[in-house]
Ligand binder design. Structure first.
Ligand code: NAG
Ligand code: NAG
Ligand code: NAG
Length: 342
């Protein structure tokens, strides 16, 4: 055979396979997706899903090996529905996203526990109610959980610390109550980011949380109390710590902060003591200790004077730039007599 013939044969074979496998999508997945579409009352975003087409080419759908559906992402739609339990019947799903669907209501369906390959569960900015499901801890491949901006209630399941691959846990802006679970000090690995802000979490935070080297920890706007000094430490590589608007009460005088930290917001708590000299060594982008009960001279140097007085206001007796100098205060009132003189 000549070279040309071989090439033509190859080309023919290629065309044949392509046309035969026009519908690459697995038929079970296609059926499931069509059920999901129906259960959600034909959302505008996916109205274009045509049963005649290969479902791997459908908008919001992605397929992986063996043309099984690995990703479903439905966002920005005014669909009024609940999460269809049928999502649990996409056995190879790795990424499940339902985001910015303000009229997506109801609970997170237990069928999601069947998705054993799930890496990312992103269900934020909806109107979901009910608990943060305990069953999430069965999904051992989860790396990313984002359930923020919903109306989830109840307490945070301690079993989430059993997830061996978890990088991000984002539960902020819900109505969660109760304490931060004791078990969160024993995550199987260093969790990159934990976001629990804007909830109604209460109680003291577990001492063991100090064992974790979070990159970001955001506990702001809760009702947490007691000591949080274990979250700090020069050996950590944390860069974002937000404890603002809680009821934390501890003396910061001896708290050393890792040099990697560039976001440190402690405003609106009951912190006591004075700002340590060590904090002048930090490279800070955001810093706020206003509305606490701090006292003493603000150490001069580093970035501490690059923030205006609003970062320091409403404390017991802080003084020195950017606040008025300590000497003036000593003259003004003898309440400040025990301040170090300049
Ligand atoms: C959500 O539903 C309510 C009541 O059914 C409706 O008034 C509102 O327009 C809907 N919102 C969106 C964004 O679709
Ligand atoms: C979680 O989702 C919200 C809303 O989509 C987003 O703003 C936020 O950055 C996400 N959090 C993380 C840790 O990715
Ligand atoms: C610090 O926090 C207070 C209270 O929330 C706020 O008023 C102020 O603007 C903040 N200052 C800076 C510099 O971020």
């Amino acid at each position: 055979m000549g070279k040309t013939t071989i090439l033509l044969l190859l080309l023919f074979a290629l065309l044949l396979t392509t046309s035969l496998s026009k519908d690459l999508c697995h038929k079970d997945d296609k059926n499931t997706l069509l059920k999901i579409k129906k259960a959600m009352n034909d959302p505008y975003t996916i109205i274009s899903w045509d049963p005649k087409d290969d479902c791997c080419t459908w908008y919001s759908v992605e397929c992986g090996n063996a043309n099984r559906v690995t990703s479903l992402d439905l966002s920005d739609d005014d669909v009024s529905a609940q999460i269809p339990p049928e999502v649990g019947d996409l056995p190879y799903l790795q990424y499940l996203t339902f985001r910015k669907l303000p009229n997506l209501t109801g609970e997170i369906p237990p069928t999601i526990a069947k998705l054993k390959y799930l890496k990312s569960l992103w269900l934020s900015w909806n109107s979901l109610t009910g608990p943060v499901p305990e069953f999430l801890s069965q999904l051992k491949n989860l790396e990313y959980i984002n359930l923020s901006f919903n109306k989830l209630s109840g307490s945070i399941p301690g079993s989430l610390s059993l997830l061996p691959k978890l990088d991000f846990l984002e539960l902020s802006r819900n109505k969660l109550t109760g304490p931060i679970p004791e078990s969160f000090g024993s995550f199987k690995r260093a969790v990159y980011g934990i976001y629990l802000s804007h909830n109604q979490l209460s109680g003291s935070i577990p001492k063991s949380l100090g064992n974790i080297d979070f990159n970001t920890i955001d506990l702001s706007r809760n009702k947490l109390e007691g000591d949080a000094s274990m979250l700090f430490g020069v050996k950590k590589t944390t860069w974002h710590i937000d404890l603002s608007r809680n009821m934390f009460q501890f003396d910061i005088s001896k708290v050393k902060v890792a040099k990697t930290v560039n976001f440190l917001d402690l405003n609106h708590n009951g912190l006591t003591g004075s700002i340590p000299d060590q904090w002048t060594q930090l490279d800070l982008q955001t810093f706020n200790v206003s509305y606490n009960r701090l006292c003493g001279r603000i150490p001069q140097g580093g970035d501490l004077q690059s923030f205006d007085a609003y970062a320091y206001l409403h404390n017991k007796c802080l003084c020195g730039a950017p606040l008025p100098s300590c000497n003036v205060k000593i003259q003004a009132t003898d309440l400040y007599l025990n301040l170090p003189s300049e």
